[in-house]
Design a protein around this ligand. Sequence first.
Ligand SMILES: Nc1nc2c(c(=O)[nH]1)N[C@H]1C(S)=C(S)[C@@H](COP(=O)(O)O)O[C@H]1N2
Ligand SMILES: [Mo]
Length: 373
Amino acid sequence: MSAHATTAAIPTADRKVIKATPAELMEDTGTGLDYGTRPDRMPGCLTATDRFYIRNHSATPHLDTASWALHVEGSGICEPITYTYDDLWNRFPLVSMIRTIECAGNRRVLFGEEFGHTFGGTQWGRGAIGTAEWTGVRLRDLLEPAGITPGAREVMPEALDEIRGRRPMPLGKACADDTLVALAMNGDVLPADHGFPARLVVSGWLGAASIKWLGRIQVSDHPLYAPWNTEDYVLIGPDFPAEGPARGPAITALPVASLVELPWPARLRPEPQMIRGRAFAGENRVAAVRYRIDDGPWQDALIASPETPGVWVRWQFGWNPEPGEHTLRVRATDDQGNTQPDSTPWNELGYLHHSVLAHPVRVESPANNPAVP
Ligand SMILES: Nc1nc2c(c(=O)[nH]1)N[C@H]1C(S)=C(S)[C@@H](COP(=O)(O)O)O[C@H]1N2
Ligand SMILES: [Mo]
């Protein structure tokens, strides 16, 4: 195979992800591991599983539930426990919740454009975010039978993929009502690429905390360090001092940001229409979404879905655009008063870009613009 072959040409057996990733639904970042959701292909509140973004650091593993087990162990528990797949389905209350997962590297390409710089890492546009209904067991319910010691302070889920993905969190976050070991996604058993047989969903935090393909949960009475809280998924730069073995502060909850459900650049017809998008505020609630066309005033968009912490909202507004080139800006604000900045503090690995974006829009008559329905 030539070095320039596209992923579409790679035979199925050699692909590193399992589900189809057609260009009509997903944006190929070129790594063979990471595919974004096309922002103009999100009709529902939930992101359909066929287009939910994939972020893999190594190939999707093939795991067999007959031999799979989840081990709970470490200095922060009294008695190690091993659960089978059936145990998870049958021995605990099942919980379903809608939650958004977003990669800390989402919009990295746009971050680069803001600084005239190409960041290393996966070249994400706006598609490394998605919302699903997750069904599973609260992590807390799996830890408690092992006896959490009074000195326990950190919990580190660990995966069965080749890179052994792992990322510690404080015991409090691990035991939150909405920290789930998910077994199902959008009403079906978890697909392989999204963590089958079991993945964590850590509400409002960077996607890297939501470890897929779980194999072990370590509970510790001392701080834990892994590549994903020392080398990666930390903020490195002049504004961010190193912390002990970590090159910078570890990213936890995500900042407020927004997304227009149009391609980049967008092409519209000069006629009245609704412009739609999403806003997400990590652990906070989205409180307001404002938009600005060209040099016009900032106006309120209508938030048209429940404002729940950990879940994106859909917003919309009507526009009857004049033919020509336009710039659309959207600024979301959360219930803690945080608002999208004009510029994001630079960090070496290009994480947490959440600046107000200048979305380019070309408005043309139908004759010049046949692609638009
Ligand atoms: N085991 C494991 N878990 C993982 C990853 C991984 O590569 N391996 N990627 C993480 C990252 S960086 C993100 S953004 C989310 C993406 O989840 P998704 O592929 O289901 O969208 O999974 C996280 N969990
Ligand atoms: Mo990520």
